[in-house]
Design a protein around this ligand. Structure first.
Ligand code: B12
Length: 145
């Protein structure tokens, strides 16, 4: 069974990217590498940790108004967690303002199943996508700025 994780989440405003390993998955090596590179590029990233429930991602997007959501998962069961997260974001009316990238052990079929905007392996390519997404999306839903 996957244990619940408790950790302090560091929020540097304005938040550009909310990033986490999805529910039931604890793989975090790729996530940590991606976050390091993204921060080097100048993005403010909130690291949600591992085994993150869909509701937690949505709460963080609502709280920060972050225009980009990055999900990682390496297990087959992670795809359902990614899909549930995307669905919840849509139900909250936030997908319109949020670009969703998935990474890890994913491909075209997984992206179609999950409903994300992109799937990426290459972190540099992800940074280019995030740059464009920052220009496109608004922070309309932010409770804080
Ligand atoms: C290391 C590892 C572990 C470590 C994880 C340590 C940690 N802190 O992360 C430990 C030993 C804990 C582990 C546990 C398990 N593992 Co494991 N693990 C791996 C292994 C060997 C390497 C994964 C890794 O870190 N790769 C290196 C990183 C750098 O690569 P990456 O994650 O792909 O990230 C890169 C890109 O994808 C990208 N990226 C990643 N995410 C994202 C997200 C975004 C948005 C972007 C832009 C980019 C991006 O950035 C990185 C740099 O390029 C893989 C095998 C493999 N070949 O992948 C198996 C693997 C993922 N594990 C597997 C399994 C089954 C498990 C266990 C269920 C085993 C068990 N029975 O307990 C548990 C799962 C526990 C859980 N609930 O999560 C299977 C999954 C099979 C499946 N399809 O479901 C794999 C594929 C092994 C296998 N061939 O069977 N595992």
């Amino acid at each position: 069974m996957v244990q619940a994780q408790t950790q302090t989440i560091n929020i540097k405003k304005p938040v550009d990217i909310v990033f986490g390993t999805v529910k039931r998955d604890i793989h975090d090596i790729g996530k940590s590498m991606a976050i390091s590179v993204m921060e080097t590029y100048g993005f403010n990233v909130v690291d949600m940790g591992v085994n993150v429930a869909p509701e937690k991602f949505i709460e963080m997007i609502q709280q920060t108004g972050a225009p980009i959501l990055c999900l990682t998962g390496l297990l087959t069961v992670s795809y359902d967690s990614m899909k549930a997260t995307v669905r919840l974001l849509e139900e909250a009316g936030l997908h319109e303002f949020t670009t969703i990238l998935i990474g890890g052990l994913v491909n075209d079929s997984v992206q179609n199943y999950v409903g994300s905007d992109y799937w990426v392996q290459d972190i540099q390519e992800a940074c280019e996508i995030c740059k464009a997404a920052l220009l496109k999306n608004t922070r309309k839903n932010a409770n804080i700025s």
